[in-house]
Write a protein that binds this ligand. Structure first.
Ligand code: NDP
Length: 298
């Protein structure tokens, strides 16, 4: 049996970051300032600290300004919202990202709702999600937009394809389904209550797995030749004692012998998320400054 082509998200993301860098320099020349991304981190969650550090580093590498706001774990809702409002009003800031999850005592939805839709580079405000549902232009969550870019790069037109999205989160599953619908796929959204999930997935020309369960999607769930996008990032024990390794939501080794193309974990969807965040920030900067974006393909 032939092996699936590996969809190299790492290389695609590097190329996207390079294009964003070129466009960021052009923006600075025209607008007289750099595009700016503000990232807000509340508390000391180690994974979130790594994400925020990487975002800051890649923002600067792309020629944009990075503003990091680190707040203590006991920050109040009022103080956090006051910071969001200051960033909304700051003309040097084009994108605002509040790193989730927030500590339990804070109301995430209420905080996200205060982000100006013009600066909502995570695409999570009601305005952004509503515009996506209405098919209007707007800022779209980074991970699903990254998945869509990989799919279109691989398959060209997605029109008429059967797509199954496993997972219905606000961050990944739901916006992914909306994006695929906008590309004229026939979309099924599966979740924890879906019956006969393997049979549902077997229909799919395109499978997007965003579940958070290590290697749940098995080889015999995949239609031969299907394109498989694995969003999952799960840390599991490695063969060597005391070590861990990352796996996706798909049994990669098994699925590779059936699928036409598949994203690896790591090196597939993961690197796309920050690259698309930079892209979203640059798009927002152009809109906020009233400057035309030259690279229409971005
Ligand atoms: P959530 O936990 O918010 O959502 C998981 C979804 O999976 C839910 O809709 C849930 O259904 C569904 N689900 C859970 N168990 C099953 C099951 N047995 N069968 C079918 N569906 C099931 O996760 P996220 O969407 O935020 O993330 C999903 C995965 O993607 C995680 O591994 C996360 O780490 C990863 N991720 C990766 C990113 C990247 O940059 N590559 C970015 C964001 C996430 P229900 O709604 O019914 O509970």
């Amino acid at each position: 049996m032939s092996q699936a082509a590996v969809i190299d998200g790492k290389a695609f993301a590097a190329d996207l970051r390079a294009r964003v860098g070129v466009a960021a320099a052009a923006f600075e020349a025209k607008a007289g300032r750099k595009a700016g991304l503000a990232v807000v981190l509340v508390g000391e969650d180690p994974a979130s600290q790594v994400y925020v550090r990487n975002k800051g580093k890649q923002t600067v590498e792309a020629g944009m300004a990075s503003f990091e706001h680190k707040l203590p774990a006991d920050t109040t809702q009022a103080d956090l919202i006051a910071l969001v409002e200051r960033l909304n009003a700051d003309p040097a800031v084009d994108g605002i990202l509040v790193q989730l999850p927030l500590p339990k005592h804070l109301d995430e939805q209420a905080v996200v709702e205060r982000i100006s839709p013009n600066k909502d580079v995570d695409g999570l405000t009601p305005t952004s999600t509503g515009r996506l549902a209405l098919g209007l232009p707007g800022l779209v969550p980074c991970t699903p937009l990254g998945c869509l870019m990989l799919l279109k790069d691989r398959l060209g037109s997605l029109s008429g394809k059967e797509a199954v999205v496993i997972g219905r989160s606000i961050l990944v599953g739901k916006p992914m389904a909306q994006l695929l619908l906008a590309e004229s796929c026939t979309v099924t959204i599966a979740h924890s209550r879906t019956q006969n999930l393997p049979d549902v997935v077997r229909r799919a020309d395109i499978v997007v797995a965003a579940v958070g369960r290590p290697e749940m999607v098995k080889a015999d769930w995949i239609k031969p030749g299907a394109t498989v996008i694995d969003v999952g990032i799960n840390r599991v024990p490695a063969a060597e004692e005391g070590k861990t390794r990352l796996v996706g939501d798909v049994d990669y080794a098994g699925a590779s012998s059936v699928a036409g193309a598949i994203t690896p974990v790591p090196g597939g969807v993961g690197p796309m998320t920050i690259a698309v965040l930079l892209r979203n920030t640059l798009v927002a900067a152009h809109r906020n400054a009233g400057v035309a974006l030259e690279d229409q393909a971005l």
